[in-house]
Design a protein around this ligand. Structure first.
Ligand SMILES: [Zn+2]
Length: 181
């Protein structure tokens, strides 16, 4: 059985090296929708795969980090990166280009990391994220499945969140601890 929780964020990026000029040369934004699909081998005491309320802490924090934030590839010029780090509070530096494909793969990996370090106490089974679908526009999305992680090399420790982003995380010490292990 698959259950799905939807999140949203308003984010800005440039996708260097893509084919469309507007996309690769100019900062622009999208109203992203993120669908996270979970599965498990059993139901909990409430006959649920996963209580959706339990996704509203670390999983929501991670996705919400990208809201009203500028995401940029670490391969941008130093001068360009420093400008944003100095003049904008909410930014994320990523080791991969911030395409919708990268977002879906990255969220899948983040959520997988959070789930593996979460202790469930209501009779839940072996909960895992089966896929993450990120809609970039009303007509386009990318969906990452677990087997797709081999498409990119992605060390989550190289995803750098600005201090302002981290400071808005609920229970940030717990999430920082999860992400550092
Ligand atoms: Zn775009």
């Amino acid at each position: 059985m698959i259950i799905r929780k939807k999140f949203k964020f308003e984010g800005a990026h440039i996708v260097r090296n893509c084919s469309t000029k507007r996309c690769k040369k100019s900062i622009h934004g999208h109203s992203y929708e993120v669908e996270v699909f979970f599965t498990s081998n059993k139901l909990d005491n409430g006959y649920m795969i996963l209580d959706f309320g339990l996704t509203k802490k670390h999983i929501k924090n991670i996705i919400d980090s990208f809201d009203h934030a500028y995401s940029f590839w670490s391969k941008e010029k130093e001068e360009f990166k420093n400008f944003f780090k100095t003049n904008s509070e909410r930014w994320i530096e990523m080791p991969v280009s911030p395409s919708v494909e990268s977002y879906s793969l990255m969220f899948l990996k983040f959520i997988d990391t959070v789930l593996k370090q979460t202790t469930f106490s209501n009779g839940e089974g072996d909960i895992s994220v089966s896929s993450v679908r990120v809609h970039e526009t009303k007509t386009s999305y990318a969906e990452a499945f677990r087997a797709d992680m081999s498409l990119i090399e992605l060390d989550l420790k190289q995803v750098i969140f600005s201090n302002e982003v981290i400071n808005e995380w609920e229970e940030k010490d717990e999430l920082l601890n999860i992400l550092s292990t």
